[in-house]
Design a protein around this ligand. Structure first.
Ligand code: PLP
Length: 439
């Protein structure tokens, strides 16, 4: 196979070729690689294949749609399946979300949500609300808006001229007080108060358009919010007329042990972003959900017959993505996968925390069917030790995501108890082997 032409995303392109890991097919819980090995998918691809790989209802719906209507333009035109997909998504969205704007990714959802926030304030005559606040370690994709409000150092540093008018508050990782927490950690609700301090000391509250937050930060290493933290952020935003955006690109569609983090954590944003699990990872699609108040404000501010929101992508509500989304949401409902995630969560938690006490295991964090195992950083540098563990797990037939020094687990929601045991025992063996080799 010629490995020369593809510029791989978020990869070490120069060293990849020394030991290329190449996947060739996938079914259910497993990938197969080019050496014929079966690899248990411990991360649902990239937190997206929640119903498992190759689900026939989904793949068939896409195939049939491709023969029926392969593409449709917008500009005062749409198609039946676009309306149906939006209706289905809104039906299963948290209460108060009435409209869906489709995108093609989580990154596009992030940028779309920021633009909706600006459009909303402008429509109400609050044109001075132009600033955004994100968080350190936050991840909202790779487009300009998302990178700017994101707070993962490496992703920002490479592009040092990002959007102006953006500030960040602290993340909530506090291993000293909350180490080895199960579910929402006990300490740290007060980190939310930094938002209010900052908007008074560095900004005018009336200059802030929106605060954007992942209810659980995945890409920074599974950071679960402390009890009470999100509610305090919600209250501060409400008090100052600031829109709160939840980026549920990872946490949506069952990941936290229920349908949405908004519901499992009991705090409702003004704008909700999703992607990934929306189509089970099959066809790129994201969405931004808002309530009627935001939609009507933006739409009613425009003259009759004018374009109200000058935004959209060629592939917005792409028919194949819509077919995939409808089938995926049907599968989640008919197979009870969100309920299954909730039922398996205690087993998953117990298996993850069974690794406590192994060499170099610095912290374990979890909620629903997601867990992060953070290792101590070795003298070789950030991510090197966890990288060795990840490689050993792959060779032993289990795939997981590596974020910094954290091994992140988020299997498809169809995972069974034996597979959960396999995931964590494989990690345990790999950690011990790496410790022995470095002794
Ligand atoms: N937002 C969050 C919370 C994410 O985790 C991700 C991707 O991991 C994104 C946005 C970006 O999504 P995409 O890669 O589909 O652009």
């Amino acid at each position: 196979m010629n490995l020369d032409a593809l510029w791989m995303p978020f990869s070490a392109n120069k060293t990849f070729k020394q030991n290329p890991r190449i996947l060739t097919s996938a079914q259910g819980m497993y990938f197969t690689d080019d050496k014929g090995r079966q690899i248990l998918d411990g991360c649902a691809g990239l937190w997206c294949v929640n119903a498992g790989h190759g689900n026939e209802r989904i793949t068939q719906a896409i195939a049939e749609q491709s023969k029926k209507l392969d593409f449709a333009p917008f500009f005062n035109m749409s198609h039946d399946i676009g309306f149906k997909a939006a209706e289905r998504l809104v039906e299963m969205a948290p209460k108060g979300f009435d409209k869906a704007f489709f995108t093609n990714s989580g990154s596009e959802s992030a940028d779309t949500s920021l633009k909706i926030a600006l459009a909303y304030h402008a429509a109400r005559g609050e044109t001075g609300r132009v600033k955004f606040i994100g968080r350190e370690k936050g991840y909202h994709g790779v487009n300009f808006g998302g990178t700017s409000v994101g707070g993962i150092g490496g992703n920002r540093k490479a592009f040092n001229h990002l959007l102006p008018f953006v500030d960040h508050i602290r993340h909530t990782l506090d291993i000293e007080r909350n180490g080895f927490s199960k579910g929402l950690p006990a300490y740290g609700a007060e980190w939310a108060d930094e938002l209010e301090n900052r908007i008074f000391t560095l900004h005018d509250p009336k200059s802030i358009a929106a605060v954007i937050i992942e209810p659980m930060s995945g890409s920074a290493g599974v950071i679960v919010p402390p009890q009470g933290y999100l509610q305090r952020i919600r209250d501060i935003c409400t008090k100052h007329g600031i829109l709160l955006i939840f980026d549920e690109v990872i946490t949506g569609f069952g990941r936290t042990g229920g349908d949405w983090a908004t519901n499992t954590m009991g705090v409702t944003p003004d704008i909700l972003n999703c992607a990934k699990g929306l189509t089970n990872g099959t066809v790129p699609m994201g969405a931004v959900l808002v309530g009627n108040e935001i939609y009507n404000t933006v739409v009613d501010a425009a003259p009759e017959g004018a374009i109200e929101f000058a935004h959209g992508y060629t592939y917005t509500a792409h028919p194949l993505a819509c077919a995939a989304a409808i089938a995926t949401l049907d599968v989640y409902r008919d197979e009870g996968l969100f309920e299954r995630a909730g039922q398996l969560a205690p087993k998953f938690e117990q298996a993850a925390h069974s690794l406590k006490g192994l060499p170099f295991v610095k912290d374990i964090r979890n909620i629903g069917l997601v867990a992060g195992i953070e290792l101590e950083t070795s003298a070789e540098g950030l991510g090197k030790r966890a990288g060795l563990v990840q490689q050993k797990c792959y060779e032993a037939g289990v795939l997981m995501r590596l974020t910094g020094e954290t091994l992140a687990l988020s299997p498809p929601l169809i995972v069974n108890e034996a597979q959960i045991d396999q995931i964590f025992s494989t990690i345990g063996e790999a950690v011990k082997a790496v410790a022995n080799e470095s002794a």
